[in-house]
Design a protein around this ligand. Structure first.
Ligand code: ZN
Length: 278
């Protein structure tokens, strides 16, 4: 579907955040003695907060707030400004909130562990001007040294630390997996089969699919089965019929091809005209 400008920028924001988390995970890989909890979703004293990563080691509970901002940012009177000069949310406030709530939780649980927050910038092309001293910020150029320091300070987790991690895990809430997807309708979506290599739509179909954008080759039934999975995720309430999947895949014109794939992989329920696959 075509995104509105707002949806597009939200999507870009989410994609960038995800890339940041991937970069952080890669950075954190050698830190084997830390216990990591990722994508933390917690409710403490009726306040909800989300955090990228918690790490436990040597009597310290590290809060890692990961940002993938790119370009030159500036701090002016406590306000953060983007490279274009626009005011942006101060990420330190989010980190402070996480620190306050985690500290409350630690106290109420009676855990003897020290809470330490870090705002981590992972994009190599990020720079922040006018940074006051003593802020808990890790700049891209410090990532290597910061990891070394953590490595030196960390020891094999104690029994208490493992218990704290387990308790934290049990308190985590599940985030609804598709809660941030924009509203869509069947009619509003472009039909066809999307190439897994590049995300472009396949052109005409001749025995196999040949992506016109990236050159990926795929056989017919793999492509159709993937499209069916996508259909099921997007429209879990809809019944799967030959006609429906034929329309959804669009580039395949012969309904016998679709019927053969459905028959071979799903079970037919019901009779004649009202029959559908499960
Ligand atoms: Zn492709």
């Amino acid at each position: 579907m075509n995104f509105t400008e707002e949806e597009e920028s939200y999507y870009q924001y989410k994609e960038k955040g995800y890339q940041g988390e991937v970069a952080f995970d890669k950075w954190a890989e050698p830190l084997e003695s830390l216990i990591f909890l990722n994508d933390v979703n917690l409710n403490v004293n009726n306040s909800h907060f989300q955090n990228d990563s918690l790490g436990i080691t040597s009597g310290i509970l590290h809060i890692f707030e990961v940002k993938n901002l790119e370009g030159d940012y500036t701090i002016k009177n406590d306000k953060w400004h983007s490279p274009k000069g626009n005011a942006v949310k101060n990420p330190l406030l989010q980190l402070e909130k996480a620190e306050t709530l985690i500290t409350q939780l630690v106290k109420s649980m009676g855990w003897r562990i020290h809470v330490k927050p870090h705002l981590v910038f992972v994009h190599p092309e990020f720079h922040l001007y006018n940074v006051p001293a003593n802020l808990p910020i890790i700049h891209p150029g410090q990532l290597g040294r910061f990891r070394e320091k953590l490595q030196q300070q960390s020891a094999k987790p104690t029994r208490t630390e493992i218990q704290i991690a387990e308790k934290l895990c049990s308190l985590l809430m599940d985030e609804l997996p598709y809660s941030s997807v924009p509203a869509f309708t069947y009619e509003g979506l472009r039909k066809g089969i999307v190439c897994p290599g590049c995300g472009g739509f396949y052109g005409a179909f001749h025995k196999v699919f040949n992506c016109g954008y990236c050159g990926n080759r795929e056989n017919c039934s793999d492509a159709v089965l993937r499209s069916i999975e996508e259909f099921k995720i997007l429209f879990p309430e809809s019944k799967m019929t030959t006609g429906g999947i034929l329309e959804w895949c669009k580039v395949i014109k012969d309904d016998r091809t679709i019927r053969r794939i459905l028959k071979g992989n799903f079970e037919l329920t019901g009779h004649t005209k009202s029959a559908f696959y499960l």
